[in-house]
Design a protein around this ligand. Structure first.
Ligand code: SF4
Ligand code: SF4
Length: 188
C-alpha cells in the first residue's frame, strides 16, 4: 500500500510534499472548513486567505503561494491552529513558506510588510491586542496609500470584523514585560 508521500509523488504535487515535509503539518487533511480564516485577526489585510493558501498548496500552485502577501502579513499568532479541527498549525506552514520564498529568491509579495509589522507590534504594545480600525489608520497614514484595499476593508466592516471602539485592555503590565524582554533580546 502506498504511503502519503508516494501518493503525492504519483500526483506530481511536489510543492505539497515539500511544504508538508518542511513544516511537518498534514496539509492534505485540510477540508476547507474556513475556521482558520474566520478567526484570523489580520485576514482583512491579506490578499489570499489562510484556508485558500492551504488549497493552493494542495493544488501545487507554488508561485502563487510564495509570491503572496499573505505569508508576510501572517503575524504567527497561532489562533488558526487552535481553531482547526485537523490540528493544522498554519502559523508553522506560513513560516515554512516564508523560508521557501526567501530561499527561492521570490520577490516580496508585499512591499509594505515591514511597515505593517511595526504598526502591528505598536498596536499590541499600546492596546494588548489588535484594534483593527486604529491599526488601519496608522498603516494608511504611514504608507500614504489611502485607496488600496478599501473594498476589502468595507467588506470586513460589514461582517463585523472591524470594531469601531478599541477593546478593553487590562494586562498593561504583562504586555510591557513581554516587550521589555523582546527589546533586551534585540540589543543582545
Ligand atoms: S481550519 Fe483547518 S481544516 Fe479548516 S480550512 Fe483551515 S486549515 Fe483547513
Ligand atoms: S497564525 Fe497567521 S494565519 Fe493564523 S490566525 Fe494568526 S495571523 Fe492568521
Amino acid at each position: 500500500m502506498m504511503n502519503q508521500d508516494e501518493k503525492r509523488g504519483q500526483r506530481g504535487d511536489s510543492f505539497l510534499s515539500e511544504v508538508v515535509n518542511a513544516s511537518g503539518e498534514t496539509i492534505d487533511s485540510c477540508y476547507q472548513c474556513q475556521k482558520c480564516s474566520a478567526g484570523c485577526p489580520v485576514a482583512y489585510a491579506m490578499g489570499i486567505l489562510p484556508h485558500q493558501i492551504l488549497r493552493h498548496i494542495q493544488y501545487g500552485h507554488r508561485e502563487k503561494v510564495l509570491s503572496s502577501r499573505t505569508i508576510w502579513i501572517c503575524a504567527s499568532c497561532y489562533t488558526c491552529g487552535v481553531r482547526c479541527p485537523n490540528n493544522i498549525s498554519i502559523a508553522r506552514v506560513m513560516d515554512t513558506l516564508r523560508h521557501l520564498a526567501i530561499h527561492a529568491g521570490v520577490k516580496l509579495g508585499e512591499e509594505d510588510v515591514p511597515i505593517f509589522h511595526s504598526v502591528f507590534l505598536d498596536a499590541i504594545k499600546k492596546g494588548g491586542r489588535v484594534y483593527e480600525l486604529g491599526l488601519i489608520f496608522q498603516f494608511k497614514s504611514k504608507t500614504r496609500d489611502f485607496l488600496k484595499d478599501t473594498e476589502l476593508g468595507w467588506k470586513m466592516f460589514r461582517r463585523g470584523k472591524i470594531r469601531l471602539l478599541p477593546p478593553p485592555f487590562s494586562s498593561k503590565k504583562e504586555i510591557r514585560e513581554i516587550f521589555n524582554v523582546y527589546e533586551k533580546g534585540k540589543r543582545g
